[in-house]
Design a protein around this ligand. Structure first.
Ligand code: AHR
Length: 662
């Protein structure tokens, strides 16, 4: 957080002295700390992870080799065989053939037979391979040599011009499959390197699971997650992590649905599957988008634990994406899907001698993960969903009554499908309903009171996917702009105010690769070397890291502050640090003087911490070059007497923390 010395109060004074009287109408805000209206759920501000935009392979999962086990539909996708020109024709000094064993889940491997010097295979990585100067990279392969074979494999990291950054070599010595490893340390930084394997000698060598990972993964776990990306997530202090999506749960058809059991156990044995986002959008085709499941359910649970977040898995409910094939499983054949849910609970929470608990234990985590939530279906709608949800809910409640089940209200936040789902789910005593909304900024501003009228006795709400989608004519990462972020902030004051009803919330999607995205906007953008949080990221971070413990009443002239005069506000108590935390948004283009009075306390501290996120430029974004262009500024201001006088800068989110004594 930037710590600039300009006090907001000072800015306020300047604005106030220069503005015409009409602009100086003071909004009097009253915060009552004597009667907190709800507990802020520890899960209030969470994160939504989906493998979209190369968020897993090519992103969070730090593997740098694409199609490492030759299991893509085109087994050589991502790989290039070396060739040279002889008499105008392509000639080669060797051959690679793919052997399909038709056995197990990792069925294919590559057989290499060099016939001259310098036959090579080049892997292009995920839109290139990112290398950092003088950092260690762990290369490994599973290989075996043929009889009468003597082959050396030279392993190199190069740029597209052929400049070599690192070299090592491996000699597969055994005729049995064996893992060979070496470490490469690049002499320079490069964002679009390639991995080149050069084979010299006589005979044949078989290769599988060709892999390259940075050594400096998150917590230095071998074959782990990208450190910078996990750090950005950790900095959000998320209350939960939803995974693995999103529509990826559903699949375009059922054969393409996410099946968690295929994502645990030995990574080499996890069956590779095409990613449903590969050709979803005509204008953003990614035929090379697959799921290795190296980041699978065990790794998601571990990540949740690392982040101190509740794990919240969402499972397929026997329905494929209704925007695609809408394939459904007959109700009479749903049991295997229900068993997947029951088995997952055992995998996460069961004793290590139970069937699925033992899988978790063998993977290195004998202690339970203590999972509390499970989602049934992603964004399904209509009676087909309700019928299937009911069968799941009955089975889960019977066997695991302590697990909270998340149900879905469909893809829209209102309308016929939404109303139908809510009515039907209420009849089934649904506990937690997942609502999704991707809407223009204006919608977020005018819907800040959305939850004020919700029943206080019915199901709780999981705002499981939301983001403001700018209407400005901008593309790609430029859609993650300040206009959207500020509208989200205004809306989020309404989420917080209704903390008795809204128990979990998450912006979506989380991650986008700058060279390989399908969907915008996203909360975090990254390339092969760097990552940055968007303005929306800093909004999420401010709400989450100033979440407090109890929701307080904040009013202006006796009314909720939710859009009048462009102002939005909410307040929480932090009972641990004995502080009141205000979150105020000025969505207008003029400064707004505000006087805050805290009732129910004899004393407020002599100073307050003020954190501001502001810009007059709706189109302002962060970027790799300027990752903190829109980021919070913190300052400390003096308070004179019991009234706190502030002027909120135009287009700003302001957090005020002040000490209170009873
Ligand atoms: O967040 C991107 C997509 O939006 C999710 O996969 C889906 O649930 C929603 O439609």
């Amino acid at each position: 957080m930037k710590n600039i010395s300009t006090a907001i109060l000072l800015i306020a004074t300047i604005f106030m002295s220069q503005l015409p009287a009409a602009s100086q109408t003071v909004t009097n805000v009253l915060v009552d700390i004597s009667k907190p209206i709800a507990r802020v759920q520890p899960t209030m501000w969470g994160i939504f992870f989906e493998d979209i935009n190369f968020a897993a392979d090519g992103g969070l999962y730090a593997e740098l080799v694409k199609n490492r086990s030759f299991e893509f539909a085109d087994p050589m996708m991502g790989w290039k065989r070396s060739s040279y020109q002889r008499m105008g024709l392509n000639a080669t000094t060797g051959e690679t053939i793919i052997i399909n064993t038709d056995e197990g889940t990792n069925r294919r491997y590559a057989r290499i037979r060099p016939s001259g010097e310098g036959y090579s295979l080049t892997n292009e990585g995920f839109r290139g391979i990112g290398l950092k100067k003088q950092h260690d990279y762990r290369f490994s392969i599973i290989a075996r040599r043929g009889v009468d074979t003597d082959i050396r494999i030279t392993v190199q990291l190069k740029d597209s011009l052929g400049n070599v950054f690192a070299t090592s070599s491996i000699v597969p010595a055994s005729t049995d499959w064996k893992t060979y490893e070496t470490v490469l340390r690049p002499t320079d930084t490069e964002s679009h390197a390639v991995l080149v394997l050069t084979f010299e000698g006589r005979g044949v060598v078989d290769l599988d699971m060709v892999s390259l990972f940075p050594a400096a993964t998150w917590k230095q776990r071998p074959s782990g997650l990208r450190h910078d990306l996990v750090q950005l997530l950790a900095d959000l202090k998320p209350g939960f992590i939803r995974f693995p999506g999103g529509c990826i749960v559903e699949g375009r058809d059922l054969s393409n649905r996410y099946q968690w059991k295929n994502t645990v156990g030995e990574p080499a044995a996890r069956p590779v599957m095409v990613n449903r986002w590969n050709t979803e959008f005509k204008q953003r085709q990614a035929g090379d988008y697959y799921q290795s499941f190296g980041l699978g359910f065990f790794e998601y649970f571990l990540l949740a634990k690392d982040l101190g977040a509740e794990p919240l898995p969402i499972l397929n409910c026997g329905m494929a994406c209704q925007f695609n094939t809408a394939e459904v499983v007959d109700l009479g054949e749903l049991q295997p899907y229900i068993d997947d849910a029951l088995d997952l609970i055992e995998f996460a929470n069961g004793p290590s001698d139970s069937k699925w608990g033992s899988v978790r234990s063998r993977m290195g985590h004998p202690e339970p993960f203590n999972m509390k939530f499970i989602g049934v279906g992603n964004e399904q709608w209509g009676s087909q969903y309700i019928e299937r949800y009911k069968l799941f809910a009955d089975a889960i409640r019977k066997k695991y009554p302590d697990i909270t089940i998340v149900s879905g209200a469909g893809p829209t936040p209102d309308g016929e499908l939404f109303d139908y789902a809510n009515k039907a789910l209420a009849e089934l005593n649904a506990e937690l309903i997942d609502e999704h909304y991707y809407k223009p900024p204006e919608w977020f501003l005018t819907n800040a009171k959305r939850y004020d009228g919700y029943s206080r006795t019915g199901a709780k709400i999981f705002a499981g996917e939301y983001a403001a989608h700018t209407t400005a004519q901008v593309q790609g990462p430029d859609r993650s702009n300040w206009e959207a972020a500020l509208a989200e902030a205004a809306f989020m004051t309404g989420l917080e105010r209704n903390g008795d009803v809204v128990h979990l919330t998450s912006y979506a999607p989380l991650l986008g690769h700058l060279d390989a995205w399908q969907w915008t906007p996203n909360l975090i953008w990254f390339d092969n070397l760097n990552a940055y949080g968007t303005p929306s990221y800093y909004v999420q971070k401010l709400f989450s890291t100033h979440r407090g413990t109890n929701v307080l009443t904040l009013s202006a002239e006796g009314k909720t502050l939710a859009g009048e005069n462009g102002l939005f506000g909410t307040a929480v108590l932090d009972s641990i640090n004995k502080e009141v935390i205000l979150k105020l948004v000025n969505s207008s283009t003029s400064p707004k003087p505000v006087t805050v009075r805290v009732s129910g306390t004899k004393n407020v501290g002599a100073t307050a911490t003020v954190i501001e996120l502001a810009s007059m430029d709706n189109l302002a974004v962060n970027s790799i070059k300027e990752p903190l262009h829109i980021s919070p500024n913190q300052t400390v201001v003096r308070i004179n007497g019991r009234n706190i006088k502030l002027t909120l800068n135009p287009r700003s989110l302001v957090i005020v923390r002040l000490t209170v004594k009873k």
